[in-house]
Write a protein that binds this ligand. Structure first.
Ligand SMILES: Cc1cc2nc3c(=O)[nH]c(=O)nc-3n(C[C@H](O)[C@H](O)[C@H](O)COP(=O)(O)OP(=O)(O)OC[C@H]3O[C@@H](n4cnc5c(N)ncnc54)[C@H](O)[C@@H]3O)c2cc1C
Length: 495
């Protein structure tokens, strides 16, 4: 039986990101992916939020995405735009880039690392014991792993086989989405009626002066709201019938590249870990696509889990470090479920709901409410509850321009290998972490600029910060080093 330290079921965006982080830290990781290659029939997710661009930047790969996508103000709540151009980040924008391109670029990155792929193979079951997990495949094969991570999407076989509950809310609306061609000339743009919101546009576009300009060639992307709620695999006939009901014609729709149905079902795994089985991405949370958050939080689940799993597999940290994965990431998706449910409610077409939406838009035009919600939707305002203390604690470390003995560098470059960093802003040599020296990079640095956090504003300058491989601050020094040994032990193992 083939053995790996970690087996990941599913090589979508979440599984690829997790595989990359584990491989960077030298863990023997394998991905089992049902699809024979990375090709994705439809375009699915539309892009990346600012924090996801930052976490890719922390791995040194953001440029690969930026050069193919379209920078734009994409953060929104219930289709009310939330401009983040005044946020203190190198990336005060989102990126328009279809999921098939995001997956291709991630897969190219992972291909350059040491990851085993079992493509065209499907996980069908699992059995855990005290030392590991047997993973059964549809073709009769078996893999053995110390840990199995289900990144196998909303219908996760791993979640079901592990017996993890998936409580939540049934759908109240459903939408058909497709990419196809028309013999006629469709009515391009957003169309609202008593059923809800519908839209037709070309797949390919450019952002010009902050506005979307669609190309006049290539397939169309069609999205229609269905009444009543429907389920199951849709057909071209379903889409044609829906278009006729809404537009009075199907514009001669034909040659579908992809037809799918999505709903506002909102469900979340009751636990992200059952002993040696973990869940991440859509396997752990599903919700309406409002706000474009699913892929983004899946990738960020992977970034949170990857370094913790690596330390546990290597015996650096006890297994309970993995409990912090659930503790930190479950509330993030719970909040996304809540905001997508609110957004779905606010896009109901009746006049009273429209009045509520317009009132909300008035409030979100004010600076503080906008910054608050923009921090949530962009991911830049995320705060893990790591206890009381300096405002940086549990928040993302900004990508500062630092002075070092070896010259100037951007902070994020220190995270490229997914290892922890302790920055000492005080006198050089003031901190000694000899027992952790092989695990944590300690660097004496200079920084005289402001300390500004998105959605929060200016915070006092610390004398030192301990930053986890996922870019979140685990400890803040304030002239004293009180609590540093404890923080190093909690996050990076006993001395
Ligand atoms: C219309 C639409 C628009 C969206 N827009 C956005 C957006 O703008 N922004 C955003 O962030 N998100 C968006 N999303 C959500 C986004 O597409 C998902 O959240 C994202 O794909 C989740 O990634 P994942 O890797 O967790 O799961 P998936 O992408 O579902 O990947 C799971 C992988 O596992 C494989 N797999 C499944 N079962 C098995 C098995 N048993 N064995 C082996 N392999 C298996 C699958 O082939 C797949 O490759 C949108 C979704 C839809 C439907």
């Amino acid at each position: 039986m083939l053995k790996h330290a970690v087996v990941i079921a599913g090589g979508g965006p979440t599984g690829l990101m997790l595989a990359g982080v584990l491989a960077l830290t030298g863990v023997d990781v394998a991905v089992v992916e049902r699809r024979p290659d990375q090709t994705l029939a439809g375009s699915r997710a539309g892009g990346l939020h600012a924090r996801t661009i930052e976490v890719l930047d922390q791995r040194g790969i953001a440029e690969r995405f930026l050069k193919e996508g379209q920078k734009a103000q994409v953060a929104a709540f219930a289709m009310i735009p939330l401009d983040i151009s005044d946020f203190p980040t190198r990336h005060p924008y989102g990126l328009g880039l279809w999921q098939n391109h995001i997956e291709r670029i991630l897969a190219e990155w992972v291909a350059g690392l040491s990851v085993t792929f079992y493509r065209g193979r499907e996980v069908t079951g699992l059995a855990q014991d005290d030392d590991g997990v047997d993973v059964t495949l549809a073709d009769g094969g078996t893999l053995r792993a110390k840990y199995l991570v289900g990144c196998d999407g909303g219908r996760s076989v791993v979640r079901k086989a592990a017996g993890i509950d998936f409580p939540g809310w049934d759908p109240t609306i459903s939408n058909l989405i497709a990419e196809a061609a028309f013999t006629g000339t469709p009515k391009v743009g957003i169309h609202r009626d008593a059923r809800g919101i519908h839209g037709i546009s070309r797949v390919e576009y450019e952002i010009v002066d902050g506005k979307i300009v669609y190309k006049d060639y290539g397939p169309f992307r069609v999205m229609v709201t269905e009444q009543p709620v429907a389920t199951g695999e849709p057909t071209l006939a379903d889409l044609s019938a829906a278009l006729i009901e809404i537009y009075g014609t199907d514009y001669g729709i034909h040659s579908p590249i992809w037809i799918s149905r999505f709903t506002d079902m909102a469900r979340q795994a009751a636990t992200y870990r059952d002993r040696r089985v973990l869940l991440a991405g859509d396997a752990a949370h599903v919700h309406a696509p409002d706000g474009g958050q699913g892929l983004n939080i899946g990738v960020q689940d992977a970034v949170n889990l990857g370094w913790k799993l690596a330390q546990v597999v290597k015996g650096i940290s006890p297994e309970n470090l993995l409990d912090s994965y659930h503790a930190e990431r479950h509330p993030v998706a719970a909040r996304v479920l809540r905001n997508t449910m609110a957004s779905v409610a606010l896009r109901r077409p009746d006049e009273r709901t429209t009045a509520v939406r317009e009132t909300m838009a008035e409030l979100l035009a004010l600076t503080e409410p906008r910054k608050h919600l923009a921090g949530v939707m962009s991911g830049l305002g995320l705060h893990y509850d790591l206890g009381l203390g300096h405002p940086l604690l549990g928040r993302r470390m900004p990508d500062l321009d630092l002075g070092t003995a070896k010259g100037a560098l951007r902070f994020f470059t220190l995270l490229h290998k997914a290892t922890p960093v302790l920055l000492n802003f005080a006198e050089a040599g003031a901190i000694d972490i000899t027992p952790w020296a092989k695990r944590v990079q300690l660097i004496d640095v200079k920084y005289d600029g402001p300390w500004e956090l998105p959605a929060l504003g200016t915070v006092p300058a610390p004398s030192a910060v301990l930053v986890r491989p996922d870019g979140y601050v685990a400890w803040v020094g304030d002239q004293s080093h009180a609590g540093l040994s404890e923080a190093l032990t909690v996050w990076f193992g006993a001395p």
